[in-house]
Design a protein around this ligand. Structure first.
Ligand SMILES: [Zn+2]
Ligand SMILES: [Zn+2]
Length: 153
């Protein structure tokens, strides 16, 4: 996203609009930006400094780390700030700044919902949709049996 620095009036200029999701340059099987990025910014030039502040908002398509389904998550950058020295150029490109701040909003572990039950570790059934016939994970049970053996000795 390029802004015309020379056209910014002394009081600043409000910039609103959308950028295509592909400016994120990120399209993996687990993280996609298929929706537009909406921006609402105030650009100001103070002496030789460009100051841009405002908010960014987009919806990312992520893969849930528990059930492996794709889901959509709203990402909002509430305090987008760019502070840049100007060297007489006409345009300032904010694309890299936008990209960086939106990436910081991505969750470390994507979850379609806090209540997601995930997949059965044994048969792969999506436990959000239906239960499977597998017994609960055997580990706890095995230890319980060992404990009982010890007690009997
Ligand atoms: Zn899930
Ligand atoms: Zn199962």
């Amino acid at each position: 996203m390029k802004i015309n620095v020379k056209r910014i009036p002394p009081a600043g200029e409000r910039l609103t609009g959308v950028e295509a999701g592909w400016i994120m340059e990120l399209d993996t099987p687990d993280t996609q930006f298929l929706h537009e990025i909406a921006y609402d910014l105030l650009a100001q030039v103070q002496g030789l400094t460009l100051l841009v502040t405002g908010t960014l908002r987009t919806t990312a398509t992520l893969r849930c780390s528990r059930c492996l389904k794709m889901f959509e998550q709203l990402l909002v950058v509430r305090e987008f700030v760019v502070h840049r020295q100007l060297h007489g150029e006409d345009f300032a490109d904010l694309t890299a700044d936008i990209r960086e701040d939106i990436l910081l909003e991505l969750p470390q572990r994507a979850l379609c919902g806090a209540q997601c039950k995930g997949l059965c570790p044994d048969c792969g059934q999506d436990l959000n949709e239906a239960r499977c016939g597998c017994r609960p994970r055997a580990d706890a049970g095995r230890w319980a049996v060992l404990d009982q053996l010890k007690l009997k000795r």
